[in-house]
Design a binder for this molecule. Structure first.
Ligand code: PRP
Ligand code: URA
Length: 242
């Protein structure tokens, strides 16, 4: 195929000699300011190695994906605005801090996106969560919208859109169109995903230039069935039914 090869990088702590570090494939660079890729740390690369492996069983797949999801949520929250917040400590001193401003909600693209809800709840207690059921046609890869249920006041909230796999971008584009039709401005949507394809990012970033994408890894591309490569296979199947 004519896919570009993904970059390789030496991985490991800095006290190790460059020559001693192993080399691993890291996220492909993309030329869009609204795309934020998690730092390609040894932790993240090792976690992704676990979930990409076809021999990883379901229990491990769930465990390691949850760890990556947690990193994504923590990074996503860094993109929400904060205001000054001064407090007094138990020893009577003041500390000039910040606190989050504004309301948020999660919106998961079912089924695979539901796997990211727990990670969001662990970081944001009692967060509201909306659902959008979109399924990709197995033959044509075209997304189909079946159902949505979203918080009434979603237009006043920051939306964390959740879907682990960002392949052609068709499903995510459809979900964003639903959010926009309910009055959510594009610049208040953060799309969190584990694996993205350069093609999906390109489609999406051009269409929604103000929407932020937070991804763990931009992979090499798509195969003839529009699966992400090297990828990890069907996320929903591996998390829920395999
Ligand atoms: C998968 C995945 C995304 C979508 C990505 O879902 O979870 O929603 O495909 O592909 P796209 O970017 O090309 O649209 P699928 O429709 O297979 O349903 P599932 O979540 O139930 O597995
Ligand atoms: N959905 C998945 O679960 N995996 C892919 O590679 C593409 C879409």
């Amino acid at each position: 195929s004519n896919q570009p090869t993904s970059p390789k990088q030496s991985v490991g702590p800095d006290y190790r000699d460059e020559k001693q570090k192993p080399t691993a494939t890291v996220s492909t660079a993309v030329p869009f300011e609204n795309v934020h890729t998690l730092p390609q740390t040894p932790q993240l690369i090792a976690l992704l190695t676990m979930i990409r492996d076809k021999n990883t069983d379901r229990a491990d797949f769930i465990f390691y994906s949850n760890r990556i999801i947690r990193l994504l949520v923590e990074e996503g929250l860094n993109h929400l605005p904060v205001v000054e917040h001064a407090i007094t400590t138990p020893v009577g001193r003041s500390y000039a801090g910040v606190q989050f401003q504004g309301k948020i909600c999660g919106v998961s693209i079912m089924r695979a996106g539901e796997a990211m809800e727990q990670g969001l709840r662990e970081c944001c207690r009692s967060v509201r969560i909306g659902k959008i059921l979109i399924q990709r046609d197995e033959e044509t890869s075209m997304p189909k919208l079946f159902y949505d249920k979203l918080p009434e006041d979603i237009a006043d909230r920051w939306c964390l859109l959740l879907d682990p796999m960002f392949a052609t971008g068709g499903s995510a584009i459809m979900a964003v169109d639903v959010l926009k039709s309910r009055g959510v401005p594009e610049n208040r949507i953060l799309f969190l995903n584990l694996l993205a394809s350069p093609e999906g990012i390109e489609n999406f970033a051009k269409r929604f230039p103000q929407l932020r994408i937070i991804t763990a890894f931009v992979d090499q591309g798509l195969d003839e069935k529009n699966y992400i490569i090297p990828g990890l296979g069907d996320f929903g199947d591996r998390f829920y039914t395999m």
